[in-house]
Ligand binder design. Structure first.
Ligand SMILES: NC(=O)c1ccc[n+]([C@@H]2O[C@H](COP(=O)([O-])OP(=O)(O)OC[C@H]3O[C@@H](n4cnc5c(N)ncnc54)[C@H](OP(=O)(O)O)[C@@H]3O)[C@@H](O)[C@H]2O)c1
Length: 172
């Protein structure tokens, strides 16, 4: 199972503004995120990100698996692709493998990305760097002690000001 991250970041590396308003994200980031979710048909996100996207903006609607990390055992969704879980990353990978998936993409946020990075289960990262600087907000990683070296796979210009950097994680 190959697990990728697809995430937008400010030019100074933050993935969320303190006001949590997504006015800095380009349409190209939205299109790229939807495209990789549609291609892999297996999406992983945290409950905070789910609450931002559900019900109308979840990338998968009828087909595939949307794993939502939460400790809330009573969580329910009208979206039939959604599976709520508090399982460890390795058990989530097993669940996706059992459902026939070979690729999955994590789309946020910080807690969820950090959980999978700490488990050493992420193969590659797509960073969409948006042309904006802001001071308050969330970093990509929190409480990650290990250090990872990256291989640059591709640089793509998505529009006049936005670039997408694709890195492989070397020691994943
Ligand atoms: N720039 C981008 O591309 C992008 C994309 C997506 C999101 N974001 C931003 O990211 C922010 C959200 O990030 P976040 O770190 O606050 O939240 P998150 O990762 O989306 O969700 C955190 C929640 O997921 C659950 N969770 C996480 N790790 C878990 C684990 N190991 N076991 C069980 N449950 C776990 C918990 O849910 P419960 O509290 O229910 O137990 C936790 O409160 C938002 O501001 C959003 O705008 C940015």
């Amino acid at each position: 199972m190959k697990i990728s991250i697809y995430i937008a970041a400010s030019a100074n590396g933050l993935i969320s503004k303190s006001r949590n308003v997504p006015d800095w994200l380009s349409p190209e980031y939205g299109a790229g995120m939807m495209a990789i979710c549609q291609e892999y048909k297996a999406v992983i996100m945290g409950r905070v990100t789910y609450d931002i996207l559900a019900p109308d903006y979840l990338p998968l609607t009828h087909e595939g698996t949307t794993v939502v990390l939460t400790n809330n055992e009573d969580a329910k969704s009208d979206n039939s692709t959604v599976v709520f879980t508090k399982n460890e990353p390795a058990a989530i990978v097993q669940l996706l493998t059992d459902r026939g998936h070979t690729n999955a993409v994590i789309i946020g946020g910080t807690a969820t990305i950090s959980t999978f990075i700490n488990a050493g289960l992420v193969s590659d990262i797509y960073f969409v760097i948006e042309p904006v600087l802001f001071g308050g907000g969330l970093p990509l990683l929190k409480d990650v002690a290990a250090e990872f070296k990256l291989n640059l796979v591709e640089v793509a210009k998505l529009n006049g000001n936005t670039v997408q950097l694709h890195y492989e994680i070397k020691n994943a």
